[in-house]
Design a protein around this ligand. Structure first.
Ligand SMILES: Nc1nc2c(ncn2[C@@H]2O[C@H](COP(=O)(O)OP(=O)(O)OP(=O)(O)O)[C@@H](O)[C@H]2O)c(=O)[nH]1
Length: 273
């Protein structure tokens, strides 16, 4: 059968069919174009995203390097600080030891090994307050070397120093633990005897007198002997330390006047005092 055998209607239908197929194909091509465009857009977006990711990764790598470097710096600084801390700690310890030594030197009379006047008075004030609080006894001895000027004049100042050195040792060895001895002036000493009644204080003072009298100081080719006079008081009521010391001083003066080398007990304080 040839085309000429077909009815005109049939010829027309076939063309329409082709037309429809072509239209469908065109429509599909159009959609394929859309898809291709979409893929292009996606690819572009992917490229841009990739570039951004690479940029961010680089930034992140750099930041990590910087963080590591900062961390290393911090560790170094921490080690330096630790070292500095140790040095400071040692310096503080050294200064504390120095301060302690300075306080010790300032509170001690180098020649006699007894306290300085200022320090013995501080300790005395403390004992006086303790006495006032607890009401126990407190005795004071004012001790002075007799005719000490003669030692200096006869044998020289260095000989006098040696006598003072020996006396400081004797004084400290006659006192008990807790008693306080200080150099009040050139050859005058104050001993503070906490919790000591008059009778006990007197026997301690007598023993000191005896030991000083028996003692000999060897100086070059000389044998030196000295004696001491002692004024003794016990602190009364709420009497101040200064007033008690003044009474001990007065008793010492009387001991000197009575011939030296002896202990004199002070008078009771005036009622007004
Ligand atoms: N070697 C020496 N002498 C001192 C020191 N401090 C004070 N003196 C001397 O002690 C002497 C005290 O003399 P005075 O006050 O006259 O008393 P004294 O000769 O002991 O006579 P009385 O106290 O009355 O028994 C003086 O010669 C002072 O120079 C010192 O640290 N070393």
């Amino acid at each position: 059968m040839s085309i000429h055998d077909l009815e005109p209607q049939e010829t027309y239908s076939l063309y329409a069919h082709e037309e429809s197929v072509i239209r469908q194909a065109e429509s599909m091509l159009g959609k394929l174009d859309d898809v291709a465009n979409g893929v292009r857009v996606l690819a572009q977006a992917y490229r841009e995203g990739y570039r951004e990711t690479v940029r961010l990764v680089r930034i992140s790598d750099r930041m990590q390097e910087e963080l590591h470097a900062a961390n290393r710096t911090l560790l170094d600084q921490a080690a330096d600080l630790q070292q500095l801390n140790e040095v400071l700690h040692k310096e503080i310890e050294r200064r504390e030891a120095l301060e302690h030594e300075l306080r010790r030197i300032a509170s001690l009379d180098e020649l006699t090994g007894t306290h300085t006047r200022r320090h013995v008075l501080e300790l005395g004030e403390h004992e006086q307050r303790r006495r006032a609080r607890h009401g126990h006894d407190l005795a004071l001895l004012m001790v002075d070397l007799d005719h000490f000027k003669r030692v200096n004049d006869g044998f020289g100042h260095a000989a006098g120093d040696q006598v003072l050195r020996d006396f400081g040792f004797l004084l400290r060895s006659c006192l008990r633990k807790g008693d306080i001895a200080g150099r009040f002036g050139g050859e005058e000493f104050l001993a503070i005897l906490p919790e000591t009644d008059l009778a006990t204080a007197r026997s301690i003072a007598e023993r000191l007198c005896d030991r000083v009298r028996e003692n000999r100081t060897l100086w070059k080719d000389h044998v030196l002997a000295v004696t001491v006079s002692i004024g003794l008081v016990t602190v009364h009521g709420d009497e101040s330390l200064d007033k008690a010391i003044a009474r001990a001083d007065q008793a010492l003066y009387l001991a000197k006047r009575a011939g030296r080398d002896q202990v004199m007990v002070g008078t009771e304080p005036d009622v007004d005092d």
